[in-house]
Design a protein around this ligand. Structure first.
Ligand code: K2U
Ligand code: ZN
Length: 172
């Protein structure tokens, strides 16, 4: 079922998450809840710390609904094995930093290895939006947000807007 998404600033979003040791039914259920939460947002990725779980688990589905069929991916302990020199710039957002967007430069192509929900080791090369998204999600597992790539003044502006949003939500 859908889980509440933590909003920046929140100390749990800055933590380095713990590797998953065994793929339990509870973790598989958590992954399903994360996919439901992601699709509902809507988003194309979600990391466990965004719903307050400090484990190394991310979900993503960057398939463009109009042209491709959905391709939900569940990744335990995802790692970037290699990244291209060539970079891409994408205007990123984040479900934990609603309605704020900024350009982030990242490697264009990445080789990612992970354990899937059946406990099998997977390795795949991602490019385009999939590459941007999987790097954005793995950053979350290391306590890094897309605003950490911005100049300090811009980052502070966004953080202040989120603090105001959280005050307003608390009053509602
Ligand atoms: O981690 C998250 O907060 C989910 C992001 C992932 C993402 C951000 C920037 C670029 C690619 C992926 C959300 O999906 S933000 C919503 C969104 C939707 C479509 C395209 C880009 C961002
Ligand atoms: Zn995010």
């Amino acid at each position: 079922m859908k889980r509440p998404i933590l909003i920046h600033p929140d100390p749990r979003l800055k933590k380095v998450c713990d590797p998953v040791s065994d793929i339990s039914d509870d973790l598989r259920k958590l992954a399903d809840d994360m996919l439901a939460t992601m699709y509902d947002a809507p988003g194309i990725g979600l990391a466990a710390p965004q719903i307050g779980v400090l484990d190394r688990l991310i979900v993503l589905d960057c398939a463009k609904e109009e042209t491709e069929k959905p391709r939900p991916l569940v990744m335990f302990n995802p790692e970037v094995l290699a990244a291209s020199e060539e970079t891409n710039v994408y205007e990123e957002g984040c479900l934990s930093i609603p309605d704020q967007y900024a350009e982030v430069t990242r490697p264009k192509v990445v080789d990612v290895q992970w354990i899937d929900q059946n406990g099998n080791l997977q390795t795949e090369t991602f490019d385009g939006l999939w590459a941007t998204c999987v790097q954005h999600e793995i950053d979350h597992l290391n306590g890094k947000l897309f605003i950490d790539y911005l100049k300090p003044l811009k980052r502070q502006m966004i953080t202040r807007k989120m603090q105001k949003l959280k005050r307003e939500r608390a009053r509602a």
